[in-house]
Design a binder for this molecule. Sequence first.
Ligand code: SF4
Length: 94
Amino acid sequence: MSELEHKYEVEIKSREGRQKLPQETKDELKASGMMDDKGNLKLKGVSPKMLKRMKQEYVECPVIKDDIHFIRCFVCSNFQSRVTGKVLCKGDEF
Ligand code: SF4
């Protein structure tokens, strides 16, 4: 599949304040080395400023059919890229 082939363009929305990541997502992030034991995120190529913004963002996921924290979306197997306020999502069912 080419990089830009995707099924959905999902708008990225933002809320005031930080949103909690589900424990399950934290465990996955830790297991893949993207979060340390203190719960600090370590995402490659993401600046602290960007990370701060990402923590306030979410998407209305068309696959899970629920609001999904942007960080969770970012590490999702369907995530392709982020372009101008949208996530390009492969849209595969889980
Ligand atoms: S990349 Fe994953 S979490 Fe994000 S919109 Fe697509 S299916 Fe949902």
